[in-house]
Design a binder for this molecule. Structure first.
Ligand SMILES: Cc1cc2nc3c(=O)[nH]c(=O)nc-3n(C[C@H](O)[C@H](O)[C@H](O)COP(=O)(O)OP(=O)(O)OC[C@H]3O[C@@H](n4cnc5c(N)ncnc54)[C@H](O)[C@@H]3O)c2cc1C
Length: 467
């Protein structure tokens, strides 16, 4: 999709002021929001004269303030979402897809799956855009096998702060390409990208489930067995203490062949439907998620999981995107919102992982959504989050007493092990820890200085962390 030259401003000249938050619904800030409806309009966004700069935004699934730009301009890309599935040799394992920045994984899957294709990486929600996937260099349950999103991107068009459009990729200005991968939108506006999508044998997965009685057991299961699965993730009961600390439900799987899927899928092995089954009410009072309700939920969730089950056929939404079945589920945390804390620490730091889980569990910080994964190799991107090791992600209501000091203390443990937190989820890390967490930050800054010396592209996250 070659970039088209800018035309005189129309829609972009009619911004409206709106309050934006991330998915956690904390720290709202107001911006001039523009929503271009074509690639041409998207390109008119830059250069931008606002003294508070400009930022691209996708579907707002970053948890914290990464897609906000207080007092400046925010360009929502979601109406710029065309894509093309390229012809490919039927013998090749992958097919190239070129998608505009605002195309969501949701939209892509509705077109790809019936053609026997999948996205290379999917996060825990399908409501993320291609631009957001690149800016956060997202990872999925297959990181140990396939790495993160940008490892599958062959090229992309990036509009720089001065308005110039460049085509970059792993072989074409790799410095700028890898600074854009995980660069949280700060190197330019991604206009479109081409990436390789794998073929699948059906729209069903063959899933194995194991219930682990404690942390040691789940770590052992993952360390000894993840290599045999394409996808792996463990749900952890962070409310359980004592001997049950770290008890988990581990689910791992791979796409089924058409023959394997037949009993569940029927005549069309690629049939795909993904919908919203229910919606959270528009207003939920604070305190619905308290220690008692969350403990009861976790107990039920753990007990209902089979101790050991093999070869269960599951659909794509059930296996990859169960939360998407409830529309607006982020509202259940009430008006104060919630945050997600996700860190990675290297393999070998299991004692620290245990200590962090013990501290979280002792603090009673009411998390019913906590997942553990083992990451594989990192890509060359200086600000990309994944690195070989254990990653734990947990949602916590923002109003929990003592949460700030607790997470500050746990951040120190993570840093001491050479680990880091995920910027796409962050809303609170202390800025002075960021250079320790991301030791190649200066390398990234040098590239950013090259393409945006005047800092025309900015976000609340970039200001808060002094990026
Ligand atoms: C329920 C849930 C589960 C999740 N699970 C995972 C997971 O398993 N793995 C994972 O890695 N992440 C996960 N995430 C986080 C999510 O994948 C990332 O935050 C992703 O970046 C969100 O994409 P978005 O389109 O909503 O972007 P936004 O949230 O709108 O923006 C995110 C960042 O991308 C930048 N950006 C957006 N579009 C462009 C563009 N066109 N050009 C340049 N920059 C752009 C923004 O400036 C911002 O910095 C999850 C989020 C939720 C809510």
């Amino acid at each position: 999709m070659p970039p088209t030259p800018p035309e005189p401003a129309a829609v972009l000249a009619r911004p409206h002021t709106a309050e934006l938050t991330g998915w956690g619904r904390t720290a709202p800030t107001a911006s001039d929001v523009r929503r271009p409806t074509s690639a041409t309009e998207l390109q008119r966004a830059l250069p931008n004269g606002s003294p508070r700069g400009l930022l691209a935004r996708g579907l707002g699934r970053g948890y914290g303030d990464c897609a906000q730009n207080s007092g400046g301009t925010v360009v929502e890309t979601t109406d710029v979402d065309a894509f093309t599935i390229h012809d490919a040799d039927p013998a090749s394992d992958t097919v190239l897809v070129t998608a505009e920045a605002g195309a969501s994984i949701d939209r892509l899957l509705h077109a790809l799956v019936p053609q026997g294709l999948f996205v290379p990486v999917t996060p825990g929600t399908r409501y993320v855009t291609v631009g957001g996937a690149i800016a956060a260099d997202i990872h999925g349950k297959n990181h140990h096998r396939k790495g993160s999103w940008c490892q599958h991107v062959t090229s992309l068009h990036l509009q720089l702060a001065d308005g110039e459009v460049v085509e970059i990729g792993p072989d074409r200005d790799p410095e700028l390409f890898w600074a854009t991968a995980g660069g949280m939108g700060l190197t330019g506006v991604v206009l479109d990208a081409t990436f390789a999508c794998p073929r699948i044998g059906s729209s069903r997965l063959l899933v194995d489930t194991d219930r682990a009685a404690d942390l040691d057991e789940v770590l052992e299961l993952m360390a000894s067995g993840d290599h045999a699965y394409d996808y792996s993730v463990a749900w952890i009961d962070l409310m359980a203490g004592g001997r049950a600390t770290g008890r988990s439900v581990l689910t791992r799987g791979r796409f089924a062949t058409a023959e394997e899927a037949a009993p569940a899928a029927g005549p069309d092995p690629y049939a795909y439907s993904a919908g919203v089954l229910a919606s959270a009410p528009p207003f939920v009072p604070d305190g619905l998620l308290n220690k008692l309700t969350v403990r009861a939920f976790n107990e039920l969730w753990f007990r209902k999981a089979p101790v050991r089950r093999r070869d269960e056929l599951q659909t794509i939404p059930t296996f990859f995107h169960p939360l998407d079945m409830v529309g607006g589920w982020n509202r259940i945390y009430g008006p104060q919102g919630f945050l997600q804390w996700q860190f990675v620490i290297p393999f070998g730091a299991e004692a620290t992982l245990r200590r962090i889980i013990e501290e979280l569990s002792a603090s009673g910080c009411t998390s019913f959504l906590a997942v553990l994964k083992a990451f594989g190799e990192a890509d060359p991107a200086p600000l990309s989050f994944p690195a070989p090791g254990w990653t734990l992600a947990l949602d916590i209501p923002a109003g929990v007493r003592g949460l700030g000091p607790l997470l500050d203390r746990l951040d120190e443990l993570v840093v001491a092990e050479g680990g880091r937190v995920y910027l796409a989820k962050d809303s609170r890390v202390r800025p002075e820890l960021v250079p320790q967490m991301y030791p190649r930050l200066d390398e990234w800054r040098a590239v950013r200085n090259r393409v945006d010396p005047q800092r025309r592209i900015r976000s609340d996250l970039s200001r808060r962390l002094g990026l």
